[in-house]
Design a protein around this ligand. Structure first.
Ligand code: NAD
Length: 322
């Protein structure tokens, strides 16, 4: 085991993937199933110190599950040790300052026990506790009307999706950027529905992802020049995370990808985790403003090869041949 871990570290160092001494803030971990967790784990594997931001309403369940060992199996790193988290902050990415928090949220029983969960406050607390951050990950999204088609989405629902799923990234970068040294890097997670119609991905989420990708390019320019920070996005394929299960049709999307992507295999969260780690590491030092697909190649397809219309014995052909 020791020998293996020695070689692993040698190879990682050789590739410039040694993130020892680097501090990563990962926003959007609520369990061990999602992309945020997978990215955190890959970063930990490369030696980074992990700091987490968890949505305030699920902070308690996440920290309790962590403390009672529910995630121990998922925490296993390749050298046999367990991933550690230096600190978990309750946060809500829909709010920038305490003045933004409506009374009914402040008084809500899922929030009442916490304070300091707006983005400016979380950033100030992280700076106070850790001094600087080298790696920033935004792995969160929310749309109260995600199950409604765009046409049936209310203005409030659409703006809420934009606020917590797209502007939240701008805001995170705005508040964390000042204490991220040159050469630091930020990453967000997006989805193909930003550029192709994906029925079922509603509530303004497709619009929010389009905004997020556009902001990735614009922020890359702005913070590249201002602070020397890189900004990238991963357009990830379908994964049965907690958030995705809430949308409802994730099982079908996973099956669809399996049937129609160039690589007909399961997409593992860890594959997105490793790509994220690469983009966030010095290995990607000249990459910024990019949206990189990690989806078994599904984005490259122009047709669904399992469509009945493409079958040789399709109804139309059967009629023509009759
Ligand atoms: N699962 C997929 O199929 C898929 C595909 C492409 C992109 N993505 C993106 O990956 C990212 C991570 O999602 P996931 O699917 O891994 O699910 P997930 O459930 O692991 O992560 C989403 C997280 O967002 C948090 N969150 C929601 N609202 C928040 C708020 N206002 N403030 C702070 N945190 C909030 C949730 O608590 C949750 O922890 C999202 O941006 C999602 O859109 C997911």
């Amino acid at each position: 085991m020791i020998l293996f871990s020695f070689f692993k570290n040698e190879v990682l160092t050789m590739l410039g993937m040694d993130l020892k001494g680097k501090k990563a803030f990962v926003a959007g971990i609520g369990d061990d199933q999602g992309y945020g967790w997978a990215i955190a784990k890959a970063l930990a594997e490369a030696g980074a110190e992990i700091i987490v931001g968890t949505w305030a309403p699920i902070y308690k369940i996440f920290t309790t599950s962590w403390e009672t060992g529910k995630f121990d199996e998922s925490r296993q790193l390749s050298d046999g040790s367990l991933m550690t988290i230096a600190k978990v902050y309750p946060m809500d990415a829909s709010f920038d300052t305490p003045d933004d928090v409506p009374e009914e949220i402040r008084e809500n029983k899922r929030y009442k026990a916490y304070s300091g969960y707006t983005l400016s406050e979380v950033a100030a607390a992280v700076e106070k506790d850790f001094g600087q951050i080298d790696i920033l990950v935004h792995s969160l999204a929310n749309a109260p009307e995600v199950k409604k088609p765009l046409l049936e989405t209310s203005r409030a629902g659409y703006l809420a999706a934009m606020s917590s799923s797209a502007y939240s990234f701008v805001s995170l970068v705005k508040f964390f950027g000042p204490f991220m040294p040159p050469g630091s890097s930020a990453l967000n997670l997006t989805y193909l529905a930003s550029e192709r119609a994906v029925p079922g991905y509603g509530g303004g989420m497709s619009s929010a992802k389009a905004a997020l990708e556009s902001d990735t390019r614009t922020l890359a320019w702005e913070v590249g020049r201002k602070w020397g920070i890189r900004i990238n996005a991963i357009s990830a394929g379908a994964l049965g995370s907690r958030a995705a299960r809430a949308i409802g049709f994730i099982g079908k999307m996973i099956e669809y990808a399996h049937q129609n992507a160039p690589l007909s295999k399961e997409l593992k969260a860890e594959e997105v985790g490793k790509t994220g780690c690469f983009l966030l590491s010095p290995l990607a030092s000249a990459i910024t403003g990019v949206t990189l697909y990690v989806d078994n190649g599904l984005h490259a397809m122009g047709v669904a090869v399992d469509s009945p219309s493409l079958k040789e014995d399709s109804k139309e052909e059967a009629l023509q041949n009759a």
